[in-house]
Design a protein around this ligand. Structure first.
Ligand code: ZN
Length: 70
């Protein structure tokens, strides 16, 4: 027996799916990011992507001691 039309609609449109909340930031999200151990560390709302070279420059700037600004 085929599913009732409203069930098919729900499957196609995702109607009635409860939102999934990120365990890190608490916002509803569609993508969860995990580390290699499978531990969730964020979602698309609370994870930032950055060019690694840019990041390294930022780090250098951030960790430079105050006297180096003379
Ligand atoms: Zn999040």
């Amino acid at each position: 027996m085929p599913d009732a039309p409203w069930i098919r609609d729900a499957e196609i449109n995702g109607v009635g799916d409860p939102p999934v909340y990120c365990p890190v930031c608490g916002y509803d999200c569609v993508t969860i990011f995990k580390d290699r151990n499978g531990d969730v560390f964020g979602c698309e709302r609370c994870i930032q992507e950055q060019d690694s070279w840019e990041w390294m420059e930022d780090e250098k700037e951030r960790t430079r001691p105050d006297w180096a600004y003379e």
